[in-house]
Design a protein around this ligand. Structure first.
Ligand SMILES: *Cc1c(COP(=O)(O)O)cnc(C)c1O
Length: 428
């Protein structure tokens, strides 16, 4: 992080820095293309000899300002925005894996990512091994193969809220000569900065807390610049060997610490085009300006809700890393700012699936939506929604209690949120 400025100040001030007479707010560069005076100026851009903008499928100034801000907040050297969190995770892996390669991922991850890795990437010839992140280093080591290129996990898993031991995973990845990539969506860089614990690349679904208002789908990738690709040059030819699509340029030689993000931009954005709209980057920047305030309130409210639920006779169990009896309490204290994790709490009711449904249907303030990490309190019942094809037995086998409720605590007044839960529990 910028040594002189605190996180809060960076949230508000970093990124767009207008010169005298320029707009105070981040301008939306609503332009697909950019004008040049000479043929040669534009030719140099195409050859990556100079940096600049020519077509928004690759780069747009509004997006770059916001990506740079998120990179600063994470303590990284470079960042890029993508059209969604799914695109961010796909690019993060595909930038260093190709057909015939293999990577390792924690099994307990967001369902969309699980499907992307296990089903869709397999069709591209890239194989994944899913591992239990709680397993011992010796056990995890068995998943590595000669063609393994990366290790992936989430800081706090969605929806099971397990906390990753980042140092354990970073050591494991590095002793095998591969980078650790972490999806840091749930804690956001306000609560956790994975690079400080040895992680190499961070991804985000900015759709969640970073936007924070459920207004734009988006993603982001940030590189720490710490992984030494040249040390394992044979393993990462795409970064270290000449790229025929750019006249034989080698990314690590030409761009140093910027190699990974440059390659993702000029190859993956160029060829797949999952760019974020500059309008969305503008909204994301507005969200970032209050990220520190919102996360503080989300966590404060979530802890109050978790403690309330814990004492309620109709509640069977509560999972929140901030609770003192959580198995992740110590890890949360070590890795997270003031032990704060995120605003999501999961819990189960005494009784059956029907009881959970009656509880959900009686909520008034908390809205039933397929979303989390929003300023407004929202709630989801996996057995009725994301996992509704499964029987109770199948749900339990997947680690999902049929009564599990994923409660995303918003930034309203905590007493109002608790009063809503109370009246719905009474009616359930
Ligand atoms: C939502 C989510 C994603 C996917 O992001 P989209 O922006 O919906 O594409 C990835 N990872 C985590 C942890 C998420 O919560």
């Amino acid at each position: 992080m910028d040594k002189k400025k605190s996180f809060e100040t960076l949230c508000v001030q970093e990124g767009w820095k207008p010169k005298s007479g320029e707009p105070r707010s981040l301008p939306i560069y609503q332009s697909t293309t950019f004008k040049y005076d000479t043929t040669e100026q534009m030719a140099d851009l195409f050859d990556l000899k100079s940096s600049g903008y020519f077509y928004s499928r690759l780069q747009n100034p509004s997006n770059d300002v916001v990506a740079e801000k998120i990179a600063k907040l994470e303590g990284g050297v470079a960042g890029m925005l993508t059209s969604s969190g799914q695109a961010a995770n796909f690019y993060a892996i595909f930038n260093i894996c190709e057909a015939g390669d293999h990577f390792i991922s924690a099994a307990s991850i967001y369902g969309g990512t699980f499907n992307l890795f296990g089903v869709t990437m397999k069709k591209l010839g890239i194989e994944v091994t899913f591992v239990d992140q709680e397993a011992s280093v010796e056990e995890l080591q068995k998943a590595f193969r000669p063609n393994t290129k990366a290790v992936f996990a989430e800081t706090i898993t969605n929806p099971t809220l397990s906390v990753l031991d980042i140092e354990k995973f970073a050591k494991l990845a590095h002793s095998n000569g591969v980078p650790l990539i972490i999806d840091n969506t749930f804690p956001t860089p306000y609560n956790c900065r994975p690079f400080e614990f040895g992680c190499d690349i961070v991804t985000h679904s900015t759709t969640k807390y970073i936007d924070g208002h459920a207004s734009t789908v988006g993603g982001c990738i940030v590189d720490s610049g710490n992984f030494d690709w040249d040390k394992y040059a044979d393993k990462f030819p795409g970064l270290t060997q000449p790229d025929p699509s750019y006249h034989g340029l080698a990314y690590t030689k030409a761009f140093g610490k910027g190699a990974y993000i440059t390659k993702a931009t000029v190859q993956l954005m160029r060829d797949f085009g999952a760019i974020q709209a500059p309008q969305h980057a503008f909204l994301l920047n507005l969200g970032l300006e209050t990220l520190h305030l919102r996360m503080e309130r989300h966590c404060e409210n979530a802890l109050k809700v978790a403690k309330y639920l814990k004492k309620h006779p109709k509640v069977d169990w509560v999972n929140y890393p901030g609770l003192e009896d959580s198995p992740y309490h110590a890890l949360a204290q070590k890795q997270f700012r003031n032990g704060q994790s995120c605003g999501v709490v999961t819990f189960g009711l005494k009784g059956d699936r029907e009881k959970a449904i009656r509880f959900m249907d009686n909520l008034e303030l908390a809205a039933i939506v397929t979303h989390v990490a929003d300023a407004r309190t929202c709630v989801l019942h996996p057995a009725s929604h994301t996992h509704r094809q499964l029987s109770d037995e199948q749900l339990r086998a997947a680690g999902v209690d049929p009564t599990l409720i994923r409660f995303s605590v918003g930034i309203e007044n905590a007493d109002d949120i608790i009063a809503d839960i109370e009246q719905a529990l009474e009616k359930a």
